[in-house]
Design a protein around this ligand. Sequence first.
Ligand code: ADP
Ligand code: TRP
Length: 333
Amino acid sequence: MSKEIIVSGIRPTGNLHLGNYLGAVNNFVKMQHEHTCYFFIADYHSLTTHPNPADLHMNVKQVLVEYLACGLDPEACTLYIQSDLPQIPELYMMLNMHANLGELERVASFKEKARTQPNNINAGLLTYPVLMTADIIIHKATKVPVGKDQEQHLEMARTFGNRFNRVYQKEIFPEPYAFNYGNELIKIPGLQGGGKMSKSDGDGNVINLIDTPEVIRKKMSKAVTDTGPTEPNTPPSSPVQNLFDIMKLVSSEEKLTHYQSLYASCAIRYGDLKKDLAEDMIAYLQPIREKISDIQQNEELLRKVAKIGKEKAAESANQTLKECREAIGFRAF
Ligand code: ADP
Ligand code: TRP
């Protein structure tokens, strides 16, 4: 495959969990050696929910630490904090001038927010897809590794980029498309029977990368199952299938087959499966957890990483903005 320009970001809302790791960050780690990658911490996006300043700072630091612990290499990719690039809000402002109220109001994520938080429907929330467009097209990205829920935002990024090209009669922006590593879209299920491991469903539904062995054992012991199979060879209910799916990712094949055949013969004891799975998760996450605690102490490293990232990202962003300013008519005398 030819080399693509890739951009992706994660909003800093706390610790990364196993779903974020296996569904996103682990793929970033692989991509960074094959493509030109820009990975960032989307802290401007966080402002829609008015975080308190100390929390925001701590969350940004935590994601940076965890990105590094997962294996993002600031030399192989460009790893930066979104708010270190004022070029992004400048492009966002330019794009906003051509974004129509009607099309923004029709975006599913906006409609959902307007329904669930009617007391905080601010302009930033309405123009979230415009800011996300700026994130992506400022580096002229062609591929964006994101989950299915972001498809509509990507479609808008194509619309806004194309519109800018058309209005100013310049082919500045290519079209960005969703991208999955190896064409495989992984969805890590939650522990409470839900379809997706997500922090919005509470801490008990997720295994965080920093969870200690005790916490993991406790969360796993509470993982939802069912009353057990009564007929041989019946398909598992979805909470049980979820546990098998997680096992597929962190345990050996023999172990998975072992529990699947116990299930098929109605001899399974969920307590054993959950204990065993907890130990495998602990072992799987241990190297990452250790790195997190090392890197957390290393303020010097974090400062250096943020600085290098900012410089590399600014180089690409400045180049694009220069073309945009010129196209719009902001020209030097
Ligand atoms: P959360 O749902 O916990 O709020 P985010 O929406 O912040 O997580 O997701 C950040 C990134 O992690 C996105 O790229 C998303 O696709 C990925 N991701 C989150 N949860 C999962 C999951 N359960 N399985 C696969 N990928 C996930
Ligand atoms: N909206 C994305 C999410 O909620 C995060 C994000 C912001 C993003 N800007 C981006 C992802 C640019 C990819 C590219 O997950």
